[in-house]
Design a protein around this ligand. Structure first.
Ligand code: ADP
Ligand code: ADP
Ligand code: MG
Length: 506
């Protein structure tokens, strides 16, 4: 018998906690927030129905504390927990702890998480299930690694079995580089993931990262919800994602989808999950890993399918059957997402934490902003510096690109540095506009995409704030009160003045 949740604890922070709470509210379910000491005034705390402190700023003492999170859910009388992404979302022990406390985990079963959690174990599982994997090898010593790589053929990738978030991946071009790369990869893996297991994969050259969303209920019904192309990456971490993939035919997507469903069935999967693949230029594709959680870039899938993936996760956790079959699903138009980060492109994209002085997010047709910030809030140095995910939908990719440019031009953040101007440059690049890119695109075009206008910070901020406010105040701030008459006596608007003078090229 399906149950109905009355109150759900969201075991996360930032934009994803806010996003989950929005759906809960639409479903008439109360939401409970948890927060660390530095998140007392965070947006997710403000939009929840209630909020509980769970400890100091360091995630290891708050958001990652299984005992505290579960105790809070019990104390608050929650029926279920949604983990978001990151933090405890892929922690099978957390799922077990929820279950033991009589609280439903809104996600996959712990067993599927255990099967897919380690990349090496997942590769084996998937190979057995008939899913194509990247050629690779497990090795214990440098000599074994060299022998295996000679067989596989250079370049190869050294990857941390427990890795994630683009960390713990290292390219090795020749046998002479292996010894030092192997040792460093192992010690990094130990440091970041507490597990020094490193394995070898053939490096696929100029691939696209194309992933398949899957969705399944507890009765074993499983569908795929098409693909997302996440090839715009910096240091193996996604920056822009879109669907449909400009590189994959509908037939190819159907085939990848079928294989993803087969892989999901092999581990008894239910809830939302993602099969990540590398798509080689020759059309061959290889399983990379499965993310057993809601994906950061899920909004683009929602925009082209009309599904609310968080709602589906909640219904599935309540024990309901999927309300549709594979043949009921279709996509419409094109959607693109930009990750807007508090980081400074001029200093190698180092995080740029601090107080957001003013914040104006774009609106209008086809725009969705999944944000976790507000004017006056502080982007903390303790967590991921994601400010928001800006997504657009349009009937065609061409129009989606134009729409994203318009959206970016309306987006104003002052007080801290952001990667907004970087996105603007990217969306003007002819190869990106044409959909011609692979996972190495950002690295190859780094310099072009970094060309910045040098505007003094005070000036830029003044103008940026002004553009966001009423015309009179704008004129005062720009000092452009009278000198704004354009052609045929038309007034040059503050928006045009600001953009022409390049003052908003942050
Ligand atoms: P997605 O795979 O959904 O596109 P990312 O790879 O950007 O998302 O990861 C989402 C978030 O989860 C990031 O904040 C990242 O740092 C974190 N994350 C993902 N995998 C791991 C992991 N294995 N260990 C620690 N953090 C992780
Ligand atoms: P993470 O858990 O950090 O997300 P993934 O295995 O999903 O790690 O890989 C992240 C990214 O690293 C991929 O999208 C791709 O750009 C690059 N990558 C990983 N493995 C390979 C490979 N064998 N060949 C080429 N690129 C790879
Ligand atoms: Mg990945």
């Amino acid at each position: 018998m399906p149950k109905t949740f009355k109150k759900v604890l969201v075991a996360n922070r930032g934009e994803i906690a806010v996003r989950v709470m929005r759906t809960l509210r639409e479903m008439g379910i109360a939401s409970t927030a948890i927060y660390s000491d530095v998140d007392r005034a965070a947006l997710h705390v403000r939009v929840a129905d209630e909020a509980y402190p769970i400890g100091p700023a360091a995630a290891s003492e708050s958001y990652l504390r299984i005992d505290k999170v579960v105790d809070t859910a019990k104390k608050a009388g929650c029926d279920a927990i949604h983990p978001g992404y990151g933090f405890l979302s892929e922690n099978a022990d957390f799922v077990d702890a929820c279950e033991r406390a009589g609280i439903t985990f809104i996600g996959p079963p712990a067993s599927a998480m255990r099967n897919m959690g380690s990349k090496t174990a997942a590769r084996k599982r998937m190979a057995d299930a008939g899913v194509p994997i990247v050629p690779g090898a497990m090795c214990d010593t440098t000599d074994e690694a060299i022998a295996a790589s000679n067989k596989i053929g250079y370049p190869v990738m050294l990857k941390a079995s427990a890795g994630g978030g683009g960390k713990g991946i290292r390219l090795v071009n020749a046998a002479s580089e292996m010894a030092s790369a192997w040792e460093r990869a192992r010690s990094e893996a130990k440091k970041f993931f507490g597990d020094d297991t490193v394995y070898i994969e053939k490096a696929i050259l100029t691939p696209r990262h194309v992933e398949i969303q899957v969705l399944g209920d507890r009765d074993g019904n499983l569908v795929h919800v098409f693909e997302r192309d996440c090839s715009i990456q910096r240091r193996n971490q996604k920056v822009v994602e879109e669907t449909p993939s400009p590189a994959a035919s509908r037939e190819l997507v159907a085939k990848m989808g079928e294989i993803a469903v087969k892989g999901a069935k092999a581990v008894g999967y239910f809830s939302a999950g993602t099969f990540e693949f590398l798509l080689a230029p020759d059309g061959a594709f290889y399983f990379l890993e499965m993310n057993t959680r809601l994906q950061v870039e899920h909004p683009v899938t929602e925009l082209v399918t009309g599904l609310d993936l968080v709602r589906e996760m909640v219904l599935i956790a309540q024990g309901e059957k999927l309300g549709f079959a594979q043949s009921d699903l279709e996509t419409r138009g094109a959607a693109i997402e930009c990750r807007i980060y508090a980081e400074d492109p001029a200093s190698g994209f180092l995080p740029s934490p601090g107080k957001i002085e003013s914040l104006v997010t774009p609106a209008g047709p086809g725009i969705r902003d999944d944000g976790g910030a507000y004017p006056g809030c502080v982007i903390s140095s303790f967590y991921d510096p994601l400010i928001s995910k800006l997504s657009v939908w349009a009937p065609t990719r061409e129009r989606a690109v134009a729409r994203m440019r318009r959206a970016l031009s309306e987006y104003i953040v002052t007080g801290i540095r952001t990667n907004l101007a970087f996105h603007e440059k990217l969306f003007a690049h002819p190869d990106f506009v044409a959909g011609r890119y692979d996972t190495g695109f950002l690295d190859r075009h780094h310099d072009v995409l970094l060309g910045y206008a040098t505007v003094p910070a005070e000036h830029r901020e003044k103008v940026a704030v002004a553009v966001a406010l009423a015309a009179a105040r704008m004129e005062r701030a720009t000092g452009a009160k009278e000198a704004v008459t354009g052609e045929k006596g038309a007034r040059l608007t503050p928006w045009v003045a600001a953009h022409r003078s390049n003052m908003l090229r942050r």
